[in-house]
Design a protein around this ligand. Structure first.
Ligand code: RP5
Length: 164
């Protein structure tokens, strides 16, 4: 899916070590059959390449950017600085501060350059993808329907929970 169709969503992450968490964003996008591309780019280790990639994304047909990073997590903010596309930031759980550092680095953007910040780790990864689906579905009724169905199934699953 990611190679043949031009991506509507890109899932950026600061390091390969973020993949174990961010695969949940990719899996969620796959579940909704949203063409996406996953890529490692770092705000600090590859600043020029990050700026170039993000600057060209809209012209490639990308509509949403998801950016995940941990620690001094500047990837989402830097991405947002280089595009008018919506950017959703996912703070990675870090070893030393359990992701609080990533969360604050992602969420505390100065007014004027917005980043939609999600929860730390896997819930944030999944929700970033669901938010991307929600954005895309505003102009794609079939995707809207899939999202509605997803919510209905989720509710059914909760309501049918039996406890010992
Ligand atoms: C960030 O530093 C990455 O997003 C990752 O969460 C963290 C650690 O990176 P590695 O040292 O594991 O490559 O840039």
């Amino acid at each position: 899916m990611t190679k043949k169709t031009s991506p509507l969503v890109v899932v950026l992450m600061g390091s390969k070590s973020d993949w174990e968490c961010m695969r949940h964003a990719a899996e969620t996008l796959t579940r909704f059959e949203v063409p996406h591309e996953c890529k490692v780019l770092s705000a600090h280790r590859t600043p020029r390449e990050t700026a170039e990639y993000v600057s060209k994304a809209e012209a490639r047909g990308v509509e949403v950017i998801i950016a995940a990073a941990g620690g001094a997590a500047h990837l989402a903010g830097v991405a947002a600085a280089h595009t008018l596309l919506p950017v959703f930031g996912v703070p990675m759980e870090s070893q030393s501060l359990k992701g609080l550092d990533s969360l604050l680095s992602t969420v505390q953007m100065p007014a004027g350059i917005p980043v939609g910040a999600l929860a730390i780790g896997k819930p944030g990864a999944i929700n970033a993808a669901l938010l991307a689906v929600s954005v895309l579905s505003a102009s794609r009724p079939e995707l809207r329907e899939k999202l509605r169905h997803f919510r209905e199934e989720q509710a059914k699953s909760v309501l049918s929970t039996s406890l010992p």
